[in-house]
Design a protein around this ligand. Sequence first.
Ligand code: LIP
Length: 268
Amino acid sequence: MSTPTSSQLLDVAVSAAREAADLVARGRDGAGAHVATKSSPVDVVTAVDAASEELLVRRLLTARPDDGVLGEEGASRNGTSGVRWIVDPIDGTVNFLYDVPAYGVSVAAEVDGSVRAGAVLNVATGELFTASAGEGAWLSAPGRTVRRLHTGRPASLEQTLVATGFGYRAEQRRAQGRVVAELLPRVRDIRRFGSAALDLCAVAAGRVDAYYELGLHPWDHAAGALVAAEAGAVVSGLRGAPVGEPMVVAVAPSVAEPFLDLLAELHP
Ligand code: LIP
């Protein structure tokens, strides 16, 4: 079987993400009825997370039966095609539980280890962020024209709006809080939206100028990192490391060097 184009993979990702988003939206009002916890008492998972992932896996493998899959809620399958789908059925689960309008379905297509297509759909707003490798990043939303995404261009760190997130374990959060306390007086301000995928898309859209977070999983950042990169963001780890474990950073090029240097200083 020939390797599909990034655009063909994106079409599959968007179709599956839309169906899963419809399921998540229908489950929102009853979300609190079936809640379990994972790594800590505040790391929640709902029955809707599981149902969304089951739907995503079914749709993706119906479309491409020889592919692999990796999902937050346990989906894990090696494929034979070289394509692996990396999915977060609800990124921003706490927001979903509290009906805070920042939770999304994230679907990324990885080909031979490199993410080639990504779709992040904000279930609450209908905003769909998409990217395919080398073909730019785009935002479509109900009632609005599709627009190409570009990062902001802050002139300095002091004018840089920074998004971040925190882990679920108390000790991790204590350390992350100390970093934010050092960062806050040196940047424009901090935002904590509660969804890594949407945070990365916010960098792509110029809604924040930078995002960083420790301890994410591939499903949190796979699609959003491609959207940010295709919008012109510098996407990496710290000290020249690739994006992923332990750090995800996406930042407007105009402040990438001082921002990455500051993060490295605060994470010795
Ligand atoms: C969330 C991330 C967010 C992070 C949260 C959590 P989930 O993913 O998107 O950036 O700060 O701690 O990991 O658990 O909602 O899929």
